[in-house]
Write a protein that binds this ligand. Structure first.
Ligand SMILES: [Zn+2]
Ligand SMILES: [Zn+2]
Length: 95
């Protein structure tokens, strides 16, 4: 399993700091989940932030947490890789 590029702390929820209960793949869906796994585009989340609360990553229709995590992930990746490389992998700009 790859490590997250966004955190070394797998004990706490990346969003709120409660105990983490799930590993969230930041870019999800059939093909993107594999890419997230390969590149470490994932974060530990508590269940409430992940998929329990109405404004959780997977349930919020406004996608506040989802888009913020994607933006943070792209920014982190582009600290060590080019923007072109990110676009080749994900195909969409979030910043
Ligand atoms: Zn949380
Ligand atoms: Zn998830």
């Amino acid at each position: 399993m790859s490590k997250s590029i966004l955190t070394d702390d797998y004990i706490h929820c990346f969003w709120c700091g409660r105990f983490a209960e799930a590993e969230h793949h930041i870019f999800f869906g059939t093909a993107l989940r594999k890419i997230s796994e390969k590149f470490g585009f994932k974060v530990p989340l508590c269940n409430r932030c992940h998929n329990l609360d109405k404004d959780s990553v997977h349930l919020d229709p406004k996608r506040v947490k989802d888009l913020e995590l994607k933006r943070a992930c792209q920014a982190k990746f582009e600290e060590t890789h080019s923007h072109e490389e990110f676009m080749n992998i994900i195909g969409r700009n979030y910043i």
